[in-house]
Design a protein around this ligand. Sequence first.
Ligand SMILES: Cc1cc2nc3c(=O)[nH]c(=O)nc-3n(C[C@H](O)[C@H](O)[C@H](O)COP(=O)(O)OP(=O)(O)OC[C@H]3O[C@@H](n4cnc5c(N)ncnc54)[C@H](O)[C@@H]3O)c2cc1C
Length: 465
Amino acid sequence: MTGTGHGATRHRAISFWYSEIDPPPRRRDPLDGSREADVCIVGAGFTGLWTAYSLLKADPSLEVVVLESEVVGFGASGRNGGWVEGRIAGDREHWAELGGRSGALALERAIQATVDEIGKVTAAEGIECDFTKGGTLTVAQTPLQLEKVRAEVEEDRAWGLGPEDSVLLDGPATTERVAVDGAVGARYSPHCARVQPAKLAVGLGEAVERLGATIHEGTRVTEIGPHLARTATGEVRAKFVVRATEAYTATLAGQRRVMLPITSCMIATEVLGPETWSALGWEAAETMLDGARRFVYIQRTGGGRIALGGRGTPYRYGSRTDAEHPPSSDAVRSLRERLVSLFPALGDVTVDGAWQGVLGAPRQWAPAVGIDRQTGLAWGGGYVGEGVAAANLAGRTLADLILGRDTDLTRLPWVGGLGRPWPPEPLRFAGVRGVNAMMEMADRREWRTDQTSLVGRVAHLISGR
Ligand SMILES: Cc1cc2nc3c(=O)[nH]c(=O)nc-3n(C[C@H](O)[C@H](O)[C@H](O)COP(=O)(O)OP(=O)(O)OC[C@H]3O[C@@H](n4cnc5c(N)ncnc54)[C@H](O)[C@@H]3O)c2cc1C
């Protein structure tokens, strides 16, 4: 991961989303020499950019410098499924352990409200990123999957969430929304919007600069220390240094076991014609998940395509984050097959783009934001696969923490540390590969037998997910 490559080609190599941005984003100058700042943010993904945005909205006089090893939106933020989901990774019991039941619910309400917050800011800043709030569906195609989505809705009720938060749809009510083949039901929640993520990242980078931040691209930070971010071409001394490097955190000195990089792979179809769309329904542009353990996530894009993502390159020894090559033809074929099994009418559909990216998972499988006021070090991330909305909430919370404010956000239970680190290699490699193989086996068995697989349960217990 170095600052190689230029202009349009470099951006388009990140993900198919960038090919929809015309003209391509401009490149920014690297850091050249040392400097001082109030806040130095490492990483120009959603976490870094929303932190810079929130800080400068709160105090326009701050000097904020963002250091990015590649380009704005190079990481997961410019590659993801575009779900702005009113959900946060980590189950409710985990959050209740940290903040009690009321804390868990406060976090849930805060992340739900974040969906509208992103809609509001993108509109106010003129960021055209296809933001559409159509809610989200988890679709069941087997009775076993239906039991799982029913249990999710029941759990919502047990936690005090009402029908305005989630409902169970039967088969016909599901297919009336989206004509998924063989759908027997779904959980529907209104708390989700879809966006074109690269457009959001690029637009946010520009908004942050309009507010006065400086972004240096092609500037890899090698080490973060108290009030310091070190690079090959200079260092930034700052009152606060924010680590917003998510899945790439292992590349920083001393941070190898903080975050596990998990690769996820996506495809985008050709633009579908009006007859296909009228056959599929999908008028509200709901985001969609299938009911498998190793699920696929789907959106109807603003450009008239279907973008679908799921499993990617298996975990690489030593937490390597090499997602810069196209996904294997097997991975693309398997995602395309999954698409066709949901929508058999797309049997001849052409795949126009395939790419992959890395998301970050901490050992506790749930994110955190925090600050150490003595060293000036702050951090945000560990969203697993649910970081598009959560990064906005993290950015607003980090701004309050940095400014020393005591607010509803700084009292949420995810404010703190990321817990235990991952075990060292080769244990990490064996564990992650083993659990993945078990999940895969469980999916195959459950699809075939319509019975909960014991192997799946064991994998769930081992991994805590
Ligand atoms: C394929 C895929 C699909 C996903 N789909 C969804 C979805 O639909 N909805 C959802 O909520 N979440 C989704 N996620 C997760 C979501 O995209 C991420 O959680 C979120 O974008 C994380 O934002 P971030 O800014 O913390 O990290 P990133 O976007 O990864 O940004 C980190 C940045 O730091 C830079 N960097 C790293 N190391 C250094 C260094 N040493 N020096 C300087 N810069 C550095 C990187 O280049 C990168 O730009 C998906 C992720 C992937 C990979």
